[in-house]
Design a protein around this ligand. Sequence first.
Ligand code: ZN
Length: 460
Amino acid sequence: MRCILKCKFLIILLALVGVGLVWIFWCNNKEDGRKLETFSLSNGMNVVVMPDHRSPVVLHSVWYKAGSVDEPTGKTGIAHMLEHMMFKGTKKIKPGEISEIVARNGGQDNAFTSRDYTAYYQKVAKDKLPLMMELESDRIANLTLADKDFQPERDVVLEERRQRTDVKPINRFFEKLVHTHYPNHPYGNPIIGWREDIENYKLQDTLDWYGQHYAPNNATMILAGDITAKEAKPLVEKYYGSLEVKPTPERGNYTEALRGEPVVLKHIDKEVQVPVFYRLYRAPSAFQNIGGGVEHTEDAMALVMLAEIFGNSETGILYEALVKDQQIADAANADYDAVSLGEGSIDIFIQPKPDVKLSTIDTAVAKQIETFIANGVDADDFARAKTSLLADDVYAQDDIFHSVYRLGLWLMAGGDVKTYDDWKQELTDLTPADVITVAKRYFDVNRSTTGLLAGNEAQF
Ligand SMILES: [Zn+2]
């Protein structure tokens, strides 16, 4: 099923579940001569070009500031539903044909929906770029949304939800946990949508979403590969320049109030073989503070380092203590995602060894945080974490999709091209004491949500 490949939210979910994706800000590397070039069209479409002439390939992507965060009440998942419908054709193109044309021309295409955006891309040989622009610009304005295509596709989405979430105890639980963490914020809703919302979608809902959000003035193109802005501009103008400006809604300022006490979600699910412990601590992102505003968003870089030093799934302090030294867990990590429109979260995930109670894990986690704050950051750990974050950045440059993806996240969360590489200086300026400051500030149980999932009462 194509949507298995198409939905980035699976990756986001896996990251949150604890695979250990520590996001770092990606940037253009001035040392090796890379730079980002930008221009915009008179209809408001922004274009960023990331030249990389190592192979004659171009990645053409269009990003919309339209993600699950923007969805109205009762219509959760509609951004993702529309992503599916974007492959249903236009006056010129039959349903499903767009991907066939891309494949016939030796290219790959894909799309993904997340909290802050929906994006579409094709990776092709350079000479196929005009054709890709013709296809993509056509579906911004001329998408055919018909009930005969909509009804079966909604069933596809329901099946996708069933396979990813409904039949998986840990994913079912995590969905509830995130909602408990953000009961009043759209980040508390699953990107794929709540089942009852999906079941109640009408064709008109997709028409409304498309009409409100799919416009050149709400779109950012990122072109990467064997191309320069000078070459790209006449092409972009030719294919996208005549698209009309549409009124698009201002993005809301979504916030979740502070509760001032710990929240615990405890659940027994008989299908669970191995219990899990989650602790989600509210924290600012690079763009929004806890509960709103921009105060403390400058803590984001120190939080990235905290997650790396304390929570790396193979070298972090939690892993060393709980998995290697105490041998009470099989997995232990902490994730933090700095790049989001709304506030962030430090998510601790522990999988206990058989016969180790979740209460033992809870005590061990609290003890590790206390010890970490009391002892400070080891100089070697700090240096290693810095090196690791910088190395990740270098490796990411080898992959054209990864480069575009990181930049896209940054731009969709509210960042701009000018500040894209500021993180390197921030990282250079960071001290071990900064990491302890944010650990003290954000490992606050009164701003946390704990999730305890077990197969039976004895496992608590
Ligand atoms: Zn999908």
